[in-house]
Write a protein that binds this ligand. Structure first.
Ligand code: FPP
Length: 233
């Protein structure tokens, strides 16, 4: 596949991977099949981002609301995919050379998954070229509240944007330049509410399992033509 990339790529891309269920339903398959293909596609897109020189990719895999309001069987199915993803990532670590981090309130996750996450974060810490952040049991409001609680005793005049950002899950990582949502909806759904303040937003009708490197390239071309003013002229 020949792909022509624009010169000014974003350093950090955020993705809301929506549409797995509809992708499966259109094929007469159970929802879990959509999540399985979606999970494979996540690996493909992350590898592509690494290969073209993106520095950070942050994806929304499970929101606080998804975990609360989906049938337990579906959440369990996503956990099963997550175990598989973590096992494979640990096996392929030396070849992939991707730093993996997990954002969100990880406390409701099954203990074996938390242990796999700890191990994956620890082992992948050495890879500094490209970092993927996976948001699990994540909510932007929950993240902000966790940060507020951690600063509640700080002196008021020490609470500035930099100090607050340093208390978020994304501490030390630049804000996303671009946020892509697949699946046809045009909303943020509680994703990275603080960090997306100046991100360029891109919505596509493509359902996540069908979102390809080719489509990502055309999104990047669109991004490269935008005029980012950050409130200026
Ligand atoms: C949204 O599609 C997708 C999710 C809630 C789960 C995303 C999960 C994955 C991509 C797989 C697991 C991830 C990893 C990292 C292994 P939806 O179910 O809301 O689709 P719908 O809007 O068509 O119903």
């Amino acid at each position: 596949m020949r792909i022509k990339l624009p010169a000014n790529l974003p350093a950090h891309i955020a993705i809301i991977m929506d549409g797995n269920g509809r992708w499966a339903a259109r094929r007469g398959l159970p929802r879990k099949a959509g999540h399985a293909v979606g999970s494979e596609n996540f690996r493909t897109i992350a590898t592509f981002c690494r290969d073209i020189g993106i520095r950070y990719l942050t994806v929304y895999a499970l929101s606080t609301e998804n975990a609360r309001s989906r049938p337990p069987g579906e959440v369990e199915g996503i956990y099963t995919l997550l175990r598989k993803y973590l096992d494979e990532s640990l096996q392929k670590m030396a070849r992939d050379r991707i730093r993996l981090k997990f954002f969100g309130d990880l406390s409701p996750l099954p203990p074996d998954i938390r242990a796999l996450i700890d191990k994956t974060e620890e082992v992948s810490r050495q890879y500094t070229g490209f970092q993927t952040n996976i948001c699990l049991h994540y909510g932007g409001r929950d993240e902000i509240l966790r940060a507020v609680r951690s600063m509640i005793n700080a002196k008021p005049d020490t609470v500035d944007e930099a100090a607050f950002s340093a208390r978020l899950d994304t501490a030390g990582i630049p804000d996303p330049d671009l946020c892509i949502r697949t699946g046809g909806e045009s909303r943020l759904s509680n994703f990275l509410l603080w960090q997306l303040a100046y991100a360029e937003l891109y919505y596509t009708k493509t359902l996540w399992p069908g979102f390809s490197a080719k489509e990502l390239t055309s999104v990047l071309t669109d991004f490269s033509r935008r005029n980012r003013r950050y409130g200026g002229l």
